[in-house]
Design a protein around this ligand. Structure first.
Ligand SMILES: [Zn+2]
Length: 474
């Protein structure tokens, strides 16, 4: 097997492990839930306490369960009858189309699919975690993160969100779940209820963005680039090859294309004197501060990072010019958001113009490409990919375990392969055994290198978080 094929095989195996599982998403993660009602639709649920006791079976439309915290336990009532206190309660179903409503006191009702696990965060509030099939989560995120009439915009968003999620499975590992439901991770404010979005997400199933080396990419996006996207290093610390500044006229003429903000000239100048120790009496400095222009995106104004200015002045973007009117200055700005990666409104416009979704993604993520994981043409040995051996619902599974599983799968394809395929391939496998063991060790070392790289990038991204940067925003 040549190097490229070995790598593709590895790439294909990683998500096979991942998306066979459900993911755990903390919902209402920023809410203080002191009471909630759960009701059911289109399905039947069992209510289980402390992972063992069936509190109620066959819960269906018309039934309701009320939950409140008490001394770090969850107090449960079913249809108005008290059932007791539990350390945890779970609503579980084996129906694929099952969903339920969460109606917390003080918050708008939402619905989610599959299972729900509830614990008391403390004596006052509950923690709600939705265990949901990965692709249902992706569709819910696509619905929450972007608007539009055309199916392809949701396909674009689904690919971005799937890629992000696969790269960031361990974002909340320490707290015992994969993702939260707000922009810290990705917005997931409801199950996907729109059929067109469901279909768009389904059409994109297994499609992800990879870089030139075949690694899943980070996929930041923002509301509107203002006509030019930003280089990653001008906004965050790391220079990332596929996050390059590109001209983006598609972002013109959209909702968030332009903004203005005005300040008194004194306030504007004094800020630089006080916060950045600039000599505002120096003619050159003064001139630059009062006549700063950006026909193309810049990173700094008189040496001060524009990202700092944006944060301190609560600006929609760093892409602005200063117009001086004597006692006041007007910032004339373009776009909304950090400007790195995909411009959502630019993408919406591109879809309207009939540009194919792959071209849209490649326009914003330079040199990246869309691949469909598990696609026949990319597969060296499809027989391996039928495996669901590693399906283990434990969120705490770390990358190392996945890697070890994959190595085992590569070492012992017969153990995990589809039986028919195995019979057909037996003879071939025997003759290739020597080749395989060499390939396995090659794969193992590549996988471990990937792990190291992900860890390195993850620590780089932590810095980004500290800079209020790596946030998906409108
Ligand atoms: Zn989060």
């Amino acid at each position: 097997m040549n190097k490229r094929n070995a790598y593709i095989l590895m790439m294909l195996l990683i998500p096979t492990v991942v998306f066979a599982d459900k993911v755990k998403v903390r919902v209402f993660s920023t809410a203080n839930i002191a009471y909630t009602k759960i009701s059911f639709e289109n399905s039947t649920y069992s209510l289980v306490g402390d992972n063992v006791d069936t509190i109620a079976a066959n819960l269906k439309r018309g039934d309701f369960v009320e939950l409140t915290p008490f001394a770090k336990e969850v107090v449960v009532s079913v249809n108005g009858q008290k059932k007791g206190n539990f350390e945890s309660v779970s609503f579980v179903t084996n129906q694929d189309d099952a969903y339920f409503y969460i109606s917390p006191k003080g918050y708008k009702q939402r619905s989610y699919e599959d299972d729900l696990h509830i614990t008391a965060l403390n004596s006052k509030y509950l923690q709600l975690i939705n265990h949901v099939e990965f692709e249902k989560y992706v569709a819910g995120v696509a619905q929450s993160e972007i608007y539009g009439k055309h199916a392809d915009i949701f396909r674009v968003q689904a690919i971005i969100s799937r890629t992000w999620a696969m790269r960031n499975m361990e974002k909340h590992k320490a707290e015992g779940y994969n993702f939260c439901d707000n922009v810290h991770c990705q917005a997931y404010y409801n199950r996907c209820i729109r059929e067109d979005i469901k279909m768009a997400a389904k059409a994109s199933i297994n499609e992800v963005l990879v870089d030139a080396n075949g690694n899943l990419i980070e996929t930041p996006f923002h509301s509107n680039s203002g006509g030019q996207t930003a280089n990653s290093e001008d906004v965050w610390k790391s220079e990332i090859e596929y996050l390059r500044s590109v001209k983006d006229t598609f972002s013109y003429g959209m909702k968030q294309s332009e903004w203005t903000k005005e300040f008194s000239t004194d306030k504007w100048l004094n800020y630089f004197a006080k916060n950045h120790k600039l000599n505002i009496n120096d003619e050159n400095v003064r001139k630059e501060l009062l006549n700063f222009t950006q026909d193309e995106r810049k990173a700094k104004i008189v040496g001060v990072p524009l990202t700092t200015i944006r944060k301190d002045w609560n600006l929609k973007s760093t892409f602005f010019s200063v117009v001086y009117y004597g006692d006041k200055v007007v910032l004339e700005g373009k776009g909304y958001g950090h400007g790195v990666g995909l411009s959502q409104e630019g993408a919406i416009r591109m879809v309207e113009l009939g540009i194919p979704y792959k071209e849209i993604l490649v326009h914003y993520y330079t040199g990246a490409k869309v691949v469909r994981l598990g696609a026949e043409e990319e597969m060296e040995e499809p027989v391996l990919l039928a495996s669901t051996t590693a399906a283990d619902n434990n969120v705490a599974d770390d990358f190392t375990n996945d890697v070890m599983t994959m190595i085992a799968m590569v070492n012992d394809p017969a153990g995990v392969a589809v039986e028919d395929e195995k019979k057909k391939e037996t003879k071939k496998v025997e003759t290739e055994n020597t080749d395989k063991s060499k390939r396995s060790s090659d794969l193992a070392s590549r996988m471990l290198n990937t792990k190291k790289q992900l860890e390195k990038e993850s620590s780089a991204n932590n810095n980004v978080d500290n800079e209020n940067g790596w946030v998906y925003e409108w």
